[in-house]
Design a protein around this ligand. Structure first.
Ligand SMILES: [Zn+2]
Length: 275
């Protein structure tokens, strides 16, 4: 069984075929999906939880979990109301993670100061609710300042919680992967691991300990190599897992087992999370 640790299942790009898309994931051996609850804005943070409630009693579907969080671009909207909504969502049993949160210095959709304040406010809520976090960190090309600032904030405001998290869609260098592991984080690889120009990322993946990795789609974005450019979906996490298995020198079955175990360990889930 595989787990897709990061998919935007509430995207309107699934409006016409969401149930069929989830059924395809189940057929492809994806036993669980973490649905990301950021929506287009904080007012939509509940949408991933809604999908859990809609689909988790239906047969032939992967088990769905949800997150909730305020994306870096939206941190100007991290009002007291939005933060209270986040707090309420994190109290729900299906909402196992706070995210995706962090820093985006590539697009810089909000000022760096605003992103920092929004991140710290959410770390406090996640710590109080005992929920691991999902980190989005994107630097400008060739720069590492976003990572530098991220680790500074996490060291001070998150390490003491002892809850760890996930570096989602990891695209950094070994130094950042190593620091993530040191913080008790898992490093999650997405479809970009499969792209021809991603050899430096595959070299980082090859150095990762097996108990530190996850796989994800980040669907509907970042479809793995054979389907690059198309709308992505959780069924295709198998292609990323296959490439990760290759660089790690283990079988596809072993990658599926370790990534599933890692996910369950981080979120304190019982081993039988699939259907
Ligand atoms: Zn995402």
């Amino acid at each position: 069984m595989l787990i897709d640790s990061h998919a935007h299942l509430d995207s309107e790009r699934y409006a016409d075929d969401r149930a069929a898309m989830l059924a395809r994931a189940q057929e492809a051996g994806v036993g669980a999906v973490l649905a990301i609850g950021i929506g287009e804005e904080p007012a939509e943070m509940h949408q991933a939880l809604d999908l859990c409630r809609e689909f988790n009693d239906k047969p032939g579907m992967p088990r769905l979990y949800a997150s909730a969080g305020i994306y870096p671009h939206n941190t100007a909207e991290a009002t007291p109301d939005a933060l209270a909504k986040l707090d309420g969502l994190l109290a729900e049993p299906e909402v196992i993670a706070c995210g995706e949160i962090g820093f985006d210095y590539y697009h810089e959709g909000a000022s760096r100061e605003t992103q920092r304040a929004g991140l710290i406010a959410q770390l406090e809520i996640a710590a109080a609710r005992r929920r691991p976090i999902l980190i989005h960190c994107r630097a400008k090309d060739g720069m590492t300042d976003a990572w530098h600032d991220l680790f500074e904030v996490l060291d001070q405001h998150w390490r003491p919680a002892g809850l760890g998290g996930v570096m989602h869609c990891f695209s950094g260098e070994w130094e950042q992967a190593r620091r993530s592991l040191d913080l008790g984080f898992l490093v999650s690889f997405a479809g970009n691991l499969t792209y021809p120009k991603a050899q430096p990322l595959r070299d980082v993946a090859a150095r990762m300990p097996l108990d530190g990795v996850l796989v994800e789609t980040d669907a509907p974005w970042l479809a793995p190599a054979p389907n690059r450019g198309k709308r992505n979906e959780p069924a295709w996490v198998a292609q990323t897992a296959h490439v990760l298995a290759g660089v790690a020198g283990v079988s596809d079955k072993e990658i599926a087992e370790v990534t599933t175990k890692n996910f369950q360990r981080l979120f304190g889930l019982t081993p039988n999370v699939g259907n």
